[in-house]
Design a protein around this ligand. Structure first.
Ligand code: HEC
Length: 150
């Protein structure tokens, strides 16, 4: 009887400790699941998802710091066009770009391939990402805007 009583208390302690440890973990999993991508109202959500697209598809030319390589790949950080017309940026990503352009006083005459294979969400996210530290940051590109220009 005394032995049984002791095991009961030991079991109770184990169960309680188990619950106390599980609760915060459960919460963390829920948060991780609900935070990324989708919400276009959430600048940070778009930032994370956009950075993933950028690192995979754009970084090789425009570089990690988005400053490009002078005369070869234009900078896409806080330049006139990057903080300006959203439609232009959507078109460049959707259709690519070639022919001579001038960016921050430097001439470029290269070829950028189209990125039609990216989803509307990915294109919106990557543009919001490259605009995140410019005057255009608050005027976010929506999935619908990309859809309309596709
Ligand atoms: C293979 C290299 C390469 C990759 C990869 C690339 N670009 Fe470009 N990008 C260029 C070049 C070259 C130009 C300039 C084209 C020209 O001279 O007409 C350019 C131009 C641009 C412009 C226009 C800049 C301006 O001031 O008009 C934007 C915006 C842009 N790229 C965004 C992106 C994004 C976003 C991605 C990823 C989805 C990407 N680029 C991937 C090479 C690349």
């Amino acid at each position: 009887m005394r032995f049984l009583g002791l095991s009961f208390w030991i079991m109770l302690v184990i169960v309680l400790v188990g619950c106390a440890q599980n609760k915060p973990q459960d919460k963390k999993v829920v948060n991780e699941g609900s935070s990324p991508s989708s919400s276009m109202e959430n600048r940070n959500g778009s930032y994370e998802a956009g950075k993933m697209v950028y690192d995979r598809h754009c970084k090789v030319c425009h570089q990690a710091n988005r400053m490009g390589i002078s005369k070869i790949y234009p900078p896409i950080k806080n330049t006139k066009r990057v903080k300006g017309d959203k439609a232009y940026l959507i078109d460049v990503v959707l259709n690519g770009l070639s022919g001579e352009i001038k960016v921050e006083g430097v001439k470029y005459k290269g070829v950028m391939a189209p990125y039609k294979n990216l989803s509307d969400q990915q294109i919106a996210d990557v543009i919001n990402y490259i605009r995140n530290d410019s005057d255009g940051a608050k005027d976010m590109v929506s999935v619908d805007e990309v859809k309309q220009r596709r």
